[in-house]
Design a protein around this ligand. Structure first.
Ligand SMILES: Nc1ncnc2c1ncn2[C@@H]1O[C@H](COP(=O)(O)OP(=O)(O)OP(=O)(O)O)[C@@H](O)[C@H]1O
Length: 340
């Protein structure tokens, strides 16, 4: 049953790119819940499937991408079964999407205000006065003076253009805003400022946010919840502060160490040695095992750990935690003794 206040429920979602000679399964059975008004941060290295997940949720996977199984329930309705027209109506209105480098997709020969007006008209706001009012309000909300509606994109900085894209996404009062690396390519300080502004708007307007980034440190102060994705699956999910103070999965630990902390002493950063696995073909064991300094041996190489709740709201998929941790540890020690 749906928990009260749940806006988005993703269940067992599988999605990928299907070719004649095989498939890349980029999303491998993801469960995700997002409450109305919640800010969920999704982090993981490049190639872990974050963008594919976002596109699959929005029903926007370009061919040969497709949803291969599972459900995406938005307000109780399964979007994987909705028709293209119903999805189109939903997107932009109830669900807004800001994709990577979207500030570069503004039309260079149209004034900012005209582009925002087009987006509003496409979703049924046609009255001139209503359009004008919304454009003014949204520009103001994202901290741009209203005269910028008469500007062309090249007259604005990257950060300002991204604010325009965000203002357009918010203009129809969506209930969910999906943002996939919306600030990548901008100066780090500008990235933080924009993220703080999005959070402030969320608190005022009440929409939920699914915010995707490879930079975990960006999320810690702002997200309510953080989910960590690796090789197409969620490996950890916890309230933001809890994840920051007590990361459990070895991948989360390494990801945390790979980015500078927002505040506090600057430590030497350690990258994560090795590469995420190739997502063609089935997984065997924990996909992080080949890169993991804490792997237990055969059990990690052969058996995929399920996502288990190990503390209230703190879920992790790792043999080092949960009900089988002691047995997995004992098995690893006996393997070690046999090799010695
Ligand atoms: N059109 C495609 N055809 C085949 N494989 C693809 C296609 N698009 C993405 N992939 C593969 O799917 C996997 C997941 O990619 P995806 O872009 O979803 O990851 P990501 O975590 O969002 O990475 P990034 O941060 O670089 O966007 C990768 O292995 C990628 O190579």
């Amino acid at each position: 049953m749906r928990a009260v206040g749940t806006l988005l429920e993703v269940r067992g979602l599988r999605a990928g790119y299907v070719y004649r000679d095989g498939a890349v399964e980029a999303v491998r059975g993801v469960d995700l819940d997002l409450a109305a008004g919640e800010f969920l941060g999704l982090a993981g290295e490049s190639g872990c499937g974050k963008t594919t997940l976002a596109f699959a949720v929005a029903g926007l996977l370009p061919a040969p991408g497709q949803v291969l199984g599972g459900e995406v329930r938005f307000d109780g309705r399964d979007l994987t079964k909705a028709g293209e027209e119903a999805l189109r109506r939903l997107r932009g209105k109830e669900m807004a999407i800001v994709f990577q480098a979207s500030m570069n997709v503004l039309n260079p020969v149209l004034r900012i205000g005209d582009q925002m007006a087009d987006a509003l008209r496409a979703h049924g706001v046609t009255e001139r006065k209503a359009i004008d009012e919304r454009i003014e309000r949204m520009l103001q909300l994202v901290g741009l003076a209203s005269q910028y509606r008469y500007a062309y994109p090249h007259q604005l900085s990257g950060g300002m253009r991204q604010r325009v894209v965000i203002a357009t996404a918010l203009a129809l009062d969506p209930r969910l805003v999906i943002m996939d690396e919306p600030t990548t390519g901008l100066d780090v300080v500008v990235q933080r400022t924009i993220l703080q502004e999005i959070d402030e708007l969320r608190r005022r307007l009440g929409f939920a946010v699914l915010f995707i980034t490879h930079d975990l440190s960006l999320l810690v102060e702002i997200s309510d919840t953080i989910a960590i994705m690796y090789a197409g699956a969620l490996v950890e999910r916890a309230p933001s502060r809890e994840l920051y103070e007590r990361p459990l999965h070895p991948y989360t630990e390494r990801l945390m160490a790979a980015f500078p902390p927002i505040s506090g002493p600057r430590e030497r950063l350690r990258g994560i040695a090795g590469q995420p696995p190739d997502l063609r073909g089935p997984a065997r064991g924990c996909p992080f095992a080949p890169r993991c300094e804490r792997r237990l041996g055969t059990v990690c190489e052969a058996v995929t750990a399920p996502l288990q709740e190990v503390a209230p709201g703190h879920w992790v998929a790792c043999h080092l935690y949960g009900e089988n941790a002691a047995a997995a540890g004992a098995l690893a020690r006996s393997e070690g003794a046999m090799r010695a």
